[in-house]
Design a protein around this ligand. Sequence first.
Ligand SMILES: Cc1ncc(COP(=O)(O)O)c(C=O)c1O
Length: 436
Amino acid sequence: MRDIDGNDYIDYVGSWGPAIIGHADDEVLAALTETMKKGTSFGAPCLLENTLAEMVIAAVPSIEMVRFVNSGTEACMGVLRLARAFTGKQKIIKFEGCYHGHADAFLVKAGSGVATLGLPDSPGVPDTATSDTLTSPYNDIDTIKDLFNTHKGEIAAVILEPVVGNAGFITPKPEFLNFLREITKQNKVLLIFDEVMTGFRLSYGGAQEYFGITPDLTTLGKIIGGGLPVGAYGGRRDIMEMVAPAGPVYQAGTLSGNPLAMTAGIHTLKRLQGSGSYEYLDKVTNQLTNGLLNVGKKNGHAMCGGYIRGMFGFFFTDGPVYNFEDAKKSDGDKFAKFYRGMLEEGVYFAPSQFEAGFTSLAHTTEDIERTINAADKATLLGCKATCAFRLLAVDNNRQPSWGARQLVPSGSWPWITIGNPLGVQGNLCLPALGRE
Ligand SMILES: Cc1ncc(COP(=O)(O)O)c(C=O)c1O
């Protein structure tokens, strides 16, 4: 990726997930150009929509019918309405730190940007929109049992990220998904996997194929649009047949299933079908994650992390991290220094520890080596550089000298009153002074 100043970066954000075959892929661009010549949207179903639908149905174990929408948020809104209509019940259970888009009902203890900005219960969301949203810590079987007892006969669905990416990268305990499948089945509650992030990323059939657990309904987005706006929800035929026009549950969208998004999705999935795609993702992400953890530990930092195929994450804490509360123990100041240090070294990670990272088929083992070497520099210097060195290196314009720039990420420079350097000598904590 190149920024406006011409700096190049190795990108581990990947448009927050869609770019699993890299950016501006030649094949996808060529196919888009051909499709575009015929028109970009017709407001009627197009054949491409059928093609992508067939590919999704063939790939994702739970999906017998699918509806395309324009974003992951829309997919989650649609699936929620459908789950309530099908069960005739109102309440849903979601997990703290999981993010299901920005629809009102889901903005309760949410992850992703709302967690980063400290707004998990956003202003503007009326109480009435969230009064039926129950929450539980992730991986917490006892709380789920309690909620099922307390709200017997009232729960329509349990929705979760089968691997959390929006509170950092958090995997389910081995028994957790099985437990959810069992308790939902016993209580005639629908189990919904939000695979907007994990779909086609953990395996071609998503997290549900990877773990061998089949939910009733699934939401998708990101990868299935190959970088264009898309979302989808699907699942058991008897449930999906309730969606209009086949059934009475209304949901529609002017640009849903538009030819461009469908084209980019089809060609992205075709590339993923190529032999060895997921083995390759596994290889580079393993190399990356272990490399980062080794470098961090070598430099004396408490760190933990993990990965599955093309998705990874790490925290600046010893761990283990099983839920959002554990994730919050990660050292935010350290992460901020690390993040800025990596940017300075030409590596773009998500700017929050409450986000997962993404690898792609376009990442080479050389990219990973460069990243690990950069991390060695960034962790060492971002977190161990001495105050004295920094002060000496700052000139009268509060700019680091050239030599210092090589060592200290510019974004982490302290505010210093030039002319009074003695005031900040010694072991003073730099973050307490603020940053430029
Ligand atoms: C798991 C999950 N669900 C839903 C969404 C919302 O998708 P979108 O941003 O396309 O609305 C996201 C977005 O990151 C997500 O990660």
